[in-house]
Structures are given as C-alpha cells and as structure tokens.
Design a protein around this ligand. Structure first.
Ligand SMILES: [Zn+2]
Ligand SMILES: [Zn+2]
Length: 148
C-alpha cells in the first residue's frame, strides 16, 4: 500500500513538473513569434494560372523573410518556391500579404501542399500549411477580386 502511494505521488510530481516546464517554454516562444492570421489560399488551380495567397502577418521582432513552398504530394520532386526578403512585407511589424503565385503550365496534376513560413528579426519562424489541388478541370474562380 505504501509503495503504491509513493509511486502515484512520484507520478503526480513528475506530471506537475513537466507541465510547468512545457507551459513556461511555450509562453516564452509564443509571445514574440510571428503570427499568421486569416490565412487564405485558392483550394484549386489550373496549370498555367495563378494561385491567390492572402494573410495577415504580425511580428514583434519585424518580418525578415517570407518563404512560400508549394510541393506536389504525388511527385515528390516537384516544387515551386517563392522567397521574399525585401519589399513592402519586409522590416515591418505587420502587413497584409497578398500575392498571386504562378503555377507553371507543366505542373503535374494532383494534390499539393503550400507551406507558408515567416521568419522574424530574431530568427524565429511560424508556419502555416494549406492544401491545393492542381487540376485540369474548369474552375469557376470564386476568389476573383480587384488585383492591386
Ligand atoms: Zn488575390
Ligand atoms: Zn507538405
């Protein structure tokens, strides 16, 4: 009986200790990391057309770099990369990112991931992922809007 109590007490201590540890380090990181909110991307796109990506970014330590990586889930070698290291999105604390990324005519059809990564002045990163279907079916563009 005594042994059981000791073990459960030990477990409780370990749990409490690791919980405090986890929540502490989370607080430290999350408060100054870049934040990506209201993320939008076109869910489907035809080869040869462009893909709408729009999101709010806030970064206490200022935005230093934005990486957009679009990779095929079916053809692991196929990747489209866009990197922004200067211009209106860089060296600011908040911005509305809005770009149309060209999908080449020869892009293989199928499912893609888009990985959107923001790096701040301290080298901290925050990422967001969305799924895209590259399809040859006729798409009714529901994200048509005035392009700036
Ligand atoms: Zn757009
Ligand atoms: Zn992926």
């Amino acid at each position: 009986m005594k042994k059981i109590i000791n073990i459960s007490l030990l477990m409780a201590l370990v749990c409490a200790f690791s919980f405090v540890n986890i929540s502490c380090s989370d607080d430290d990181d999350e408060s100054t990391k870049p934040k990506i909110t209201d993320f939008e991307c076109s869910p489907a796109v035809n080869p040869g057309k462009d893909l709408h990506v729009e999101t709010n970014i806030t970064a206490v330590e200022k935005i230093k770099r934005i990486d957009v990586e679009i990779h095929s889930e079916s053809d692991s070698d196929y990747e489209i990369n866009e990197t922004y290291t200067n211009g209106k999105y860089i060296d600011v604390q908040n911005t509305l990112f809005h770009e149309h990324i060209d999908i080449p005519q020869d892009a293989p059809l199928g499912e893609y991931h888009l990985h959107f990564t923001v790096t701040d002045g301290k080298g901290q990163t925050t990422s967001h992922k969305c799924h895209i279907e590259v399809t040859d079916q006729l798409l009714i563009h529901n994200d048509d809007h005035d392009d700036e």
